[in-house]
Design a protein around this ligand. Structure first.
Ligand code: GDP
Length: 519
């Protein structure tokens, strides 16, 4: 098959939601549907002591939250679909944001009883910023939740996006009869664990006993209203993320999934071109292999001490054993071991194309944001966004004899993007920066278990971090306890301000210093 044909059949999406909306369940059901896994029930839950195939790390098992993103591929209707799972917990939003930089579309899972929750809103905004198509799956229709119109209105008003229901629910909870498929005007009757045996497909034109039911009548009226007064279907608006196709279903009951997938593959884009630092774009069909690393995860297999760098293929064809160059160092790396993740299995990858995510075994060469390219592919992709941390801790090794392990651990965890690293200017005191408190806890846990180093962390609290455009104009006297000057991992100068007041005071006193913050 040609590169064009391979690219055309690929779809890569990130799945976002507030914790507990059903993201993990939906992911598993999609994989099940695509035949990537054989049986359901391998998914967690947190409550029964089983864990999802995507929850690798021990820390997250203990906490019952998804700390890291994971990647899986499955086949559907001739398409190869890559799902990138993201941690729902807001303390790990940096990881989530970076993952969203590696997808071409997003699927937003909403709990029908809860509507739009804070984390959904945050993640949605990142997708919106990227201008990628967003598909909505309203989940848990087998339970009593909000009315469909109320949910659509909430989506439109809170997220400022138009909605286009592709399916419409008939009832909910105990009276959930099924969904109307808007495209072909058929009804898919709800079956939960085969308990409710309604085997025939009904058509809206051929009346059926359940028609008498008030839920059905009601749904039919609502459906007519949607047809007459709802937003128009507009593929261009879907493409720009201004209109979201909406699906109703129950991930737990594997219901409404096929309707979702059918539409998804039709309207989600195949892999998109990507910007380089030269402001040109690389097309996915370009012959030369190129990709970038958006995530590094250590020790996924407790028996081996390996790190895996997740690379999103941007163009060309990846082949096992190929020679690549790391743009940052211009060093050659022969890729002899690469894996693709198939739910509960890892598979060796022999070839991959734009949109695919491959896991490269890494012995400490790669960093988040790195570009790799093959023959004739020399480029550097635009950097991934960096985030302004708000929480800071002084950190040191409990045992001074363990300095080497301590710095090795910090270096690797920082390269992975697990935490940010700063140091004071004259004394080189290491300071950790994080977006969420749990990052520190994961850091401490991993330093102990992976680098055998007990650490002491001393909170210095919430700070306002500001980078400086004209670094050469900084004088020592500008650094005080209320405007503490530190260096980031690239040795850029950064002020950690005590509070808003200290920031303003500084800007008034030193108007020549141009401050800015990251994302
Ligand atoms: P995540 O935190 O978004 O990954 O959510 P999970 O997939 O872990 O689901 C959270 C809880 O909701 C679990 O107990 C699931 O079994 C349950 N759940 C998920 N989907 C459904 C559904 O369609 N109906 C019902 N009733 N429960 C669901």
């Amino acid at each position: 098959m040609s590169i064009e044909q391979e690219v055309k059949k690929r779809r890569t999406f990130g799945i976002i939601s507030h914790p507990d909306a059903g993201k993990t369940t939906l992911t598993e059901k999609l994989l099940l549907f695509g035949g990537a896994i054989r049986s359901a029930g391998t998914v967690k839950g947190k409550k029964t002591g089983k864990f999802a195939t995507s929850d690798w790390m021990k820390v997250e098992q203990e906490r019952g939250i998804s700390v890291t993103s994971s990647v899986m591929q499955f086949d559907f209707d001739g398409f190869k679909i890559n799902i990138l799972d993201t941690p729902g917990h807001e303390d790990f939003s940096e990881d989530t944001y970076r993952t969203l930089m590696a997808v071409d579309s997003a699927v937003m899972v909403i709990d029908a009883a809860k509507g739009i929750e804070p984390q959904t809103l945050k993640l949605f905004k990142v997708c919106r910023m990227r201008g990628i198509p967003i598909f909505t799956f309203i989940n848990k229709l087998d339970r009593v939740g909000k009315e469909p119109f109320e949910l659509l209105e909430e989506i439109e008003e809170t997220l400022d996006i138009e909605t286009y229901p592709m399916t419409w629910p008939i009832g909910m909870g105990p009276s959930f009869f099924g969904i109307i498929n808007r495209k072909d005007k058929t009804i898919n009757p709800f079956k939960e664990d085969e308990l409710l045996q309604l085997n025939d497909d009904y058509s809206l034109e051929s009346p059926h006993p359940i028609e008498a039911d008030s839920a059905f009548q009601n749904a039919l009226e609502e459906f007519m209203l949607v047809e007459e007064a709802g937003d128009e279907f507009d593929a261009d608006k879907i493409a720009t993320g201004d209109l979201t196709p909406v699906f109703f279903g129950s991930a737990l009951s594997t219901f409404g999934i096929e309707e979702f997938l059918d539409t998804y593959v039709d309207f989600a884009p195949s892999p998109m071109p990507r910007n380089t630092t030269e402001e040109s774009k690389v097309a996915p069909t370009d012959e030369a292999f190129r990709g970038f690393i958006f995530k590094i995860q250590a020790n996924m297999d407790p028996r081996h001490r390996d790190r895996i760098a997740f690379l999103r293929v941007v163009s060309g064809k990846f082949e096992r054993g190929m020679d690549t160059t790391l743009a940052r160092t211009s060093k050659k790396h022969k890729i002899t071991r690469a894996t693709m993740f198939m739910a509960d299995d890892k598979e060796t990858v022999n070839e991959a194309y734009a949109g695919d995510i491959i896991g490269l075994y890494d012995t400490g060469n790669f960093q988040i944001g790195d570009t790799l390219y093959g023959q004739n592919g020399k480029v550097t992709f635009e950097a991934l966004p960096q985030f302004t941390p708000e929480l800071f801790m002084k950190v040191s090794a409990k045992n001074v004899m363990k300095q080497k392990h301590f710095y090795k651990g910090i270096e690797q965890l920082v390269q992975e993007g697990a935490i940010q690293y700063y140091k004071t200017v004259h004394t080189n005191q290491p300071i950790l920066g994080a977006v969420g408190q749990l990052q520190f806890e994961v850091f401490e846990h991993r330093m102990k278990h992976e680098y055998n180093t007990d650490i002491i962390m001393e909170p210095i609290g919430k700070k306002i971090a500001r980078w400086v455009e004209n670094q050469d104009d900084i004088k020592d006297a500008m650094s005080t306890s209320r405007s503490n000057l530190v260096l980031d991992r690239y040795d850029n100068k950064v002020f950690l301000f005590e509070n808003e007041f200290a920031t303003r005071w500084f800007s008034e006193k030193y108007p020549e210093i141009k401050l800015y913050n990251l994302l």
